[in-house]
Structures are given as structure tokens and as C-alpha cells.
Ligand binder design. Structure first.
Ligand SMILES: O=C(O)c1ccccc1NCC(=O)[C@H](O)[C@H](O)COP(=O)(O)O
Length: 215
């Protein structure tokens, strides 16, 4: 007979984070459709960047039990601190070249995004962030830090004790296959559910969630 813990493992479902939220309507649609977390990009060069005031207003209008993630790219410490002082974020996500001691200083759980650069030992990179709540694996791009809309080769998915989040080029069409191949803790999508950068589209969000649920 199966024990309780084994049943829990078997009933595991893939979590979903919708990243690059800039509008309350998109945040509410994502939550209504079953997304677990919303990502807010505090990185001015991004076409999906939000200000502290924008993020604060969106988060204030959310129902309870929604995970809010603040994304930073090699930000000044004071910028992260100021954002945390004003915006109720559940988690931080570091999407640049931040070392672990930088990520650890904010007294908040954090996710480290790592890019799947060819010929780089991803297991060694993951090992350098043993205090992270989770590791997000994204496509590598020579110029862009994230939100590339590009997939990496999912066959290179590493094994890890850490929760691993799959990102990069996910769409309603490919998300089920991606989950089958990698069995991630969660998936993270931005461009694949957008009408244009920063503007999510309800039908794409719906189709993406259907793809996750079908996997
Ligand atoms: O979205 C951005 O513009 C961005 C810029 C710089 C760093 C990270 C950024 N976004 C992160 C994400 O949205 C996701 O974590 C991930 O990169 C997936 O994006 P996509 O390939 O568009 O689904």
C-alpha cells in the first residue's frame, strides 16, 4: 500500500509563474486561470519594466495567496532595498551575474536565474547557489539577460535537489512537451503569452495553462 508521502509525490503538479506583468488586468487573468506566481521586472532596460509605483498598485489589488516575485538584474543594493521597502514581494529573482553573498543579504527568499550557456557546467553553477529557494534555467543570449523568447536544448536539463524552474521560449504549443522532458518544479513564461511586449493576452494565458494542465 502506498504511503502518504509517496502519494504526495505522485500528485505533484507543475507550478506556473507568469513573468513581465505590467497591467492589473493581466495579473488578475493569470491568477484566475490558475497561475501560482507573478513576476515584476525591476530592470529599466527591459520593455517589461515596471516602476515601484506601478508594481505597488497592481499588487495592492491582488487577492490573497498570490506569490509576487521581484526580478532584478545586477541592481544596486540600495535599489533592491528601496523596492522591498515599498512593494510587498514574496520572493526576489536575480537574473544577472549576482553572486550568492549578494543574493543572501536581503532577508528574503530568492531565486537565481542561470542561463544555459553551451559548454558551461550547469551543475557547478547550481552548486554555487546552495542557499537559493529555487534555480530558474533560462536560454542563454549573447546580449539579452532574459525574456529572450528563445528555448534552450531541454535535453541538457540537469539533475538537482533544488526546485528547478524552466524558462525561455515557452509557449502554449510547446509547454506540455517541455514539462514531459524536464519534469520541472515550475515553468516561467513571458513572451509566449503576450500580444506585444509587456501586454499579456487572455487567450494565450488560457492556452498556456491548458498546456501545463495537460502535461
Ligand atoms: O522580460 C525581460 O525583458 C527580462 C529582461 C531581463 C532579464 C529578465 C527578463 N525576463 C525574465 C523572464 O521573463 C523569464 O524569467 C524568462 O526569461 C522567460 O522569458 P520568455 O522567454 O519571454 O518566456
Amino acid at each position: 500500500m502506498m504511503n502518504y508521502r509517496a502519494e504526495l509525490v505522485l500528485s505533484y503538479r507543475t507550478r506556473v509563474k507568469i513573468c513581465g506583468i505590467t497591467r492589473l488586468a493581466d495579473a488578475l487573468a493569470a491568477i484566475e486561470l490558475g497561475a501560482d506566481a507573478l513576476g515584476f521586472v525591476f530592470y529599466a532596460p527591459s520593455p517589461r519594466a515596471v516602476t515601484i509605483a506601478q508594481a505597488k498598485a497592481i499588487i495592492a489589488a491582488l487577492p490573497p495567496f498570490v506569490t509576487t516575485v521581484g526580478l532584478f538584474v545586477d541592481a544596486e543594493v540600495t535599489e533592491v532595498q528601496q523596492t522591498l521597502a515599498e512593494v510587498p514581494l514574496s520572493l526576489l529573482q536575480f537574473h544577472g551575474d549576482e553572486p550568492q553573498n549578494y543574493c543572501q543579504q536581503f532577508a528574503k527568499p530568492w531565486i537565481k536565474a542561470l542561463s544555459m550557456q553551451p559548454d558551461v557546467d550547469i551543475h557547478a553553477k547550481i552548486a554555487a547557489y546552495d542557499q537559493a529557494s529555487a534555480i530558474l534555467l533560462d536560454a542563454w543570449h549573447p546580449q539579452l539577460k532574459g525574456g529572450t523568447g528563445e528555448c534552450f536544448d531541454w535535453r541538457h536539463w540537469p539533475k538537482s535537489q533544488k526546485p528547478l524552474i524552466l524558462a525561455g521560449g515557452l509557449t502554449p504549443e510547446n509547454v506540455a512537451e517541455a514539462i514531459h522532458l524536464t519534469q520541472p518544479y515550475a515553468v516561467d513564461v513571458s513572451g509566449g503569452v503576450e500580444a506585444s511586449k509587456g501586454i499579456k493576452e487572455f487567450t494565450l494565458l488560457q492556452a498556456f495553462m491548458a498546456g501545463v494542465n495537460a502535461a
